[in-house]
Design a protein around this ligand. Structure first.
Ligand code: GLV
Ligand code: MG
Length: 302
């Protein structure tokens, strides 16, 4: 699985940002043709993106392009121009506002045709599906199982809140007046369950108050604690925060490796299933929990 702790949004209409993004330590960049690009700038943005993918240095990053949603007139040309122009320099396409599995199947079929016609590896380009409205959430299990190309489900809080008439203007924070619990908990868990059922990654969406880094860390920390794999970043200052929040702490990582070593020793040498490690009892389920933390830590280079 590719690492996606930080997924950097880069408007395809802005060549300066396309250049700058290459130097940032984001795990993923997604070059946008959708909501950060004005309607009259869409065609120019396609060309900028093809050039940036072909000529830029994106080494170490997962390269994604977000096309427009299927309710628009732009999607098919977005896909054809980007994949014909730079298919061999592209890891995934992101499809926004996915509402049902047929939309992912449409993209899968179109990708297969373009790959065949252009001598690209068939199935080589993955898909990220954004869940950003009620219909998408209700259908999320079927969407998650709709294509072998799918790699992630991505929560889109801004569109989602608008689609369900949530009474707020601030993306990522609790709606004013909602004083108990977490208004996002159900949505995040629903997406996470569908993702895990189909071995996909689960990614949290944007936090728009880019000057409030403490707020970003708090909201990202909530998704990370549930088990999400990463979050969008809209600004360079959010990149390091995301990489840190979605990696285990050194202390947790060391503890996980210790649990794995101790459990291995006790079960194989002493043939015991449940043993004490310090003040805590560990068993086979503890080993599995430790494996999750250890894998994230190793991926983060701890
Ligand atoms: C992202 O696309 C969002 O709508 O939050
Ligand atoms: Mg959106």
């Amino acid at each position: 699985m590719r690492s996606r702790r930080s997924c950097l949004a880069v408007p395809g209409s802005n060549p300066r940002f396309l250049e700058k993004a290459q130097g940032l330590p984001a795990d993923e960049v997604f070059l946008d043709l959708e909501d950060s690009v004005a309607p009259l700038a869409k065609e120019g943005a396609r060309k900028n993106i093809v050039a940036a993918l072909r000529e830029g240095d994106w080494s170490g990053k997962t390269r994604v392009v977000r096309v427009n949603d299927l309710g628009t007139q732009w999607t098919y040309r977005d896909v054809i121009e980007v994949v014909e122009g730079a298919g061999e320099f592209l890891d995934c396409l992101m499809l926004p506002k996915v509402e049902d599995p047929t939309q992912v199947v449409w993209l899968d079929t179109l990708l297969t045709q373009i790959e065949k016609a252009n001598g690209l590896k068939v199935g080589g380009i993955g898909i990220e599906a954004q869940i950003e409205n009620a219909r998408g959430l209700v259908n999320v299990d079927a969407i998650a199982g709709s294509s072998r190309r799918l790699e992630t489900l991505v929560f889109g809080p801004a569109d989602f809140m608008a689609s369900i008439n949530m009474r707020t203007l601030v993306v990522g924070e609790q709606p004013p007046g909602y004083t108990e619990g977490d208004a996002y908990h159900y949505i995040l868990m629903r997406i996470l369950m569908a993702a895990r059922t189909h071995d996909l990654q689960a990614i949290d969406g944007p936090y728009l108050a880019i000057k409030d880094l403490d707020g970003y860390r708090r909201v990202a920390g909530r998704a990370a604690a549930l088990g999400f794999d990463g979050k969008w970043v809209l600004h360079p200052t959010q990149v390091e925060a995301a990489n840190e929040v979605f990696s285990p702490s050194q202390e947790d990582y060391d503890r996980a490796e210790l649990i794995l070593d101790a459990y291995e020793y006790y079960t194989t040498v002493e043939k015991r299933g449940a043993v004490m490690l310090g003040d805590e009892m560990i068993d086979e389920a503890s080993r599995k929990m430790a494996l999750v933390v250890a894998a994230k830590g190793r991926a983060a280079g701890l």
